[in-house]
Structure formats: structure tokens, C-alpha cells
Design a protein around this ligand. Structure first.
Ligand code: FES
Length: 317
């Protein structure tokens, strides 16, 4: 399927997983297998209210007959998670984008250290199932408010001492000491973190001296505002059309205002859905998907949040 196509799916079960968290099973309405995915991947849900939201897949990657996502009814939700909890019902039809993976598992690592905060467990639980299937060495540090808030508590408990629990709002609870965890990780280990922004910031500080290819972070929300200074021209190479990006607008907003149908989802630079090849010009990168090296190469950009440092950007659109 093409990048902008969606799968016509149906919700086939909804189950409560933990405090505020429900699992949604989605199957292809045609009865056919779904497109394959790898551990750490996410899919975009095209919600009936017009929102597009990304959710990590939590079921094992060998399953082709279904996608399972875990949705947290977050008070800070921009509307997507709340809509799903309040309106999406068993049997409802829903369009789903093809899986994408910006948080891929290195299956050859000698050891993997996984660090999760709250609903950030979702991609890591998928990775753990894969690491178990491959009989690889791993450990998980999982922090939630209380044990009632911990998704996958039962299956994780069965995995024994490799899971290090932290309930920071229970009596005697404290924040995870990420510096100590990272310091204790053996050389050559790959480290993964998914959770709230303060946890990710602490993880990035703690791993700053590790080789960048062994450090993996998945963001759910932007860390900085989008580039909206405007004052540059975007040229769409395929049609030759030029649009001026005005102050207060992102490139994506400018293209949508211009009537173009452009793939996007989070609009925050965290999902990778709007990644666009850059043919000429220098982007002002603001996303959390591309690595520092990819930013320096300037071959692609996330047009939902990144702007331009040059007066003209030529995009492969
Ligand atoms: S829409 Fe998600 S990164 Fe741009």
C-alpha cells in the first residue's frame, strides 16, 4: 500500500489493561492479513472526528491478523485519546495507516536496556516480546505512578527479575535514577527510552557520551515550538508550484491551505508521517524523529514543524 493509503479496519475488542488504559484490537475488514510491522512501530488512527493520532503496536510482530494498541486516557490529551475512550466502540469501523517505525529494535545487540515511563511501555512491551522470541539478553526499568497504572503488569511479572519496577507515587516511591541505570549498562548495550518529556530529557543527558547509534528515544510530544517565522518560498518539484510560507504558519499548514493533500499525523514532529525529501535549500529542523546526523545531511525534513534557513526550499512533492 502507498504511504497515504489507509487500511479499512474494524475494532474487534476493547479490554481494560490498567488504570486509565485500554487495549484496542483492530482487524482488517476485508479479513485479509494486515501489513507487517516490526517491534517499536506505530500506526496512525484516522479518527471519525477528523483527528489523526499515532499509537505504538503492542502485539508481537509475527501476528499478521491484528493490530493491538494501548490508549491512555490522558488528562493532557489533545483530544485523540479522550475521543477513543469515550466514543470508539467494539465493532466500529476505523481507517488505519500503514505501520511506521522510528524506534526500531537492534536485534543483534549483546544486551538491551529498556526504560519506560507510564504509557511509554507500549513500544517497549512489543520489543520485549521480540527479544524473548529471539532469546536475547534484556532488562526493563518501568516507572508508573502506582502498580494500578502499570500496563502489562501480569505478563511482565512473569518475566521475573529482568523487570525492575518503580512506583513513584506509592509510599517511599521516588523517580528512577536514570544516570545510575545508564552508568550500570554494559558497554555495547543498546538503550531505549519512552515516557514523559522530563524522563526523556534525563535519559538524553545520561546517555550523551554513549555512541549515538546505541541510544534510542521515542517521543510522544514536541519539546520545542514549531518553526513559524515564515518568510521563505517552498517549491514543489513535481508540479513546479511555489508557495510562500507566511509568518505564523508552518510549511504543512501552508500546503494544506493551498489545497494540497499532504500526509501528516501528529503535527508535532514526533511521528515521522510528514517526512519529505529536500532537493534544495537548508531546513530549520525542529523534529524529534531524525537523528543529529540526519539533520546535518538535510536530505529530508518534517514539514509539520520544521522551517527553512534558506530563502527557498525545494521539496520532493
Ligand atoms: S506529522 Fe508527525 S512528524 Fe510531522
Amino acid at each position: 500500500m502507498g504511504a497515504t493509503e489507509t487500511i479499512q479496519a474494524r475494532v474487534t475488542s476493547i479490554t481494560r489493561e490498567a488504570e486509565g488504559i485500554s487495549l484496542y484490537e483492530l482487524r482488517n475488514r476485508s479479513g485479509h492479513d494486515l501489513p507487517p510491522f516490526t517491534a517499536g512501530a506505530h500506526v496512525d488512527l484516522h479518527l471519525p472526528n477528523g483527528m489523526i493520532r499515532s499509537y505504538s503496536l503492542v502485539n508481537p510482530e509475527h501476528e499478521r491478523h491484528r493490530y493491538v494498541i494501548a490508549v491512555n486516557k490522558d488528562a493532557a490529551s489533545r483530544g485523540g485519546s479522550r475521543f477513543i475512550h469515550e466514543h470508539l466502540r467494539d465493532g466500529d469501523a476505523i481507517a488505519v495507516g500503514a505501520p511506521r517505525n522510528n524506534f526500531a529494535l537492534d536485534e543483534d545487540a549483546a544486551h538491551s536496556v529498556l526504560i519506560a515511563g507510564g504509557i511509554g511501555i507500549t513500544p517497549l512491551w512489543c520489543m520485549i516480546q521480540r527479544l524473548e522470541a529471539l532469546d536475547r539478553s534484556w532488562e526493563l526499568y518501568f516507572s508508573t505512578r502506582t502498580r494500578q497504572h502499570a500496563a502489562f503488569l501480569g505478563p511482565l511479572r512473569r518475566l521475573g527479575a529482568r523487570v525492575h519496577w518503580n512506583f513513584d507515587r506509592e509510599p517511599g516511591g521516588a523517580m528512577l535514577d536514570l544516570a545510575q541505570i545508564v552508568h550500570a549498562a554494559p558497554p555495547g548495550a543498546h538503550l531505549y527510552c519512552c515516557g514523559p518529556l522530563p524522563m526523556l530529557d534525563a535519559f538524553e543527558r545520561a546517555t550523551a557520551s554513549r555512541p549515538s547509534q546505541s541510544v534510542h528515544v521515542e517521543y510522544f510530544a514536541a519539546r520545542a515550538p514549531a518553526a513559524t517565522r515564515g518568510g521563505f518560498t517552498v517549491v514543489l518539484a513535481r508540479s513546479g508550484r511555489s508557495l510562500t510560507v507566511l509568518a505564523g504558519k508552518t510549511i504543512l499548514e501552508t500546503l494544506l491551505d493551498g489545497g494540497l493533500d499532504v500526509q501528516h499525523s501528529c503535527t508535532q514532529g514526533v511521528c515521522g508521517s510528514c517526512e519529505t525529501a529536500v532537493l534544495e535549500g537548508v531546513p530549520d529542523h525542529r523534529d524529534l524523529v531524525l537523528s543529529k546526523e540526519e539533520h546535518a545531511r538535510n536530505r529530508t525534513m518534517m514539514i509539520c514543524c520544521s522551517g527553512s534557513k534558506s530563502p527557498r526550499l525545494v521539496l520532493d512533492l
